[in-house]
Design a protein around this ligand. Structure first.
Ligand SMILES: Cc1cc2nc3c(=O)[nH]c(=O)nc-3n(C[C@H](O)[C@H](O)[C@H](O)COP(=O)(O)O)c2cc1C
Length: 168
């Protein structure tokens, strides 16, 4: 079974997840930015940084080209600490995957943000924003990378057996 890892990452957080996933795959056709050569895979890991509540446009365009694949979404978001928030983001991006694909369980973790964001929170007196920003600084951390590896192995094993742990 051939796999590919396609991701969009501005500041490296999502890329670090992608590299960890790549290392867990036996037969990886493509690992990098959205590209048509990735479409030859049966299993596509598609990664995004969260941009105003969804994925960036480059990934949205790529997802629209997927047909008959198993698609496993992964991503990073500045706001962490809530499983529901991550699930909501995965559902939003999952809805961009055409219905003739099998959507596997996704993976998300928190990712650090640029310092300008902290400065804005400080100026606005947004203490919760500053606290969240400071928590995000460590992520993706070692535990996130260990978790994403285990997740990717599980997805790849299930896809190889023809039993993806499908969301739909
Ligand atoms: C323009 C912009 C918009 C963002 N929008 C969100 C958002 O809606 N929700 C969120 O949780 N994080 C948001 N973030 C934070 C990033 O998703 C987060 O820092 C991510 O880990 C960056 O990943 P990357 O290093 O792979 O680019 C935003 C960041 C930027 C720069």
């Amino acid at each position: 079974m051939k796999a590919s890892v396609v991701y969009v990452s501005n500041t490296g957080n999502t890329e670090s997840l992608a590299m960890a996933i790549r290392e867990e795959l036996q037969n990886c056709l493509h690992c990098g930015a959205p590209a048509n050569e990735a479409l030859a895979a049966d299993l596509v890991f598609a990664g995004f940084w969260t941009d105003k509540g969804t994925c960036p446009e480059e990934l949205r365009d790529f997802l629209g080209k997927l047909h008959g694949k198993t698609v496993a979404l992964f991503g990073t978001a500045g706001f962490g600490g809530s499983k529901e928030y991550f699930e909501r983001l995965l559902a939003t991006v999952g809805s961009l995957v055409p219905a003739d694909n099998t959507l596997a369980d996704g993976f998300m973790c928190q990712g650090k943000m640029p310092m300008t964001v902290r400065e804005r929170y400080v100026k606005m007196g947004n203490t919760q924003g500053v606290e969240n920003f400071d928590r995000a600084l460590a992520h993706p951390d070692h535990a996130d990378l260990t978790a994403v590896r285990a997740w990717a192995r599980g997805i790849a094993d299930n896809a190889a057996e023809g039993t993806p742990n499908a969301k739909r």
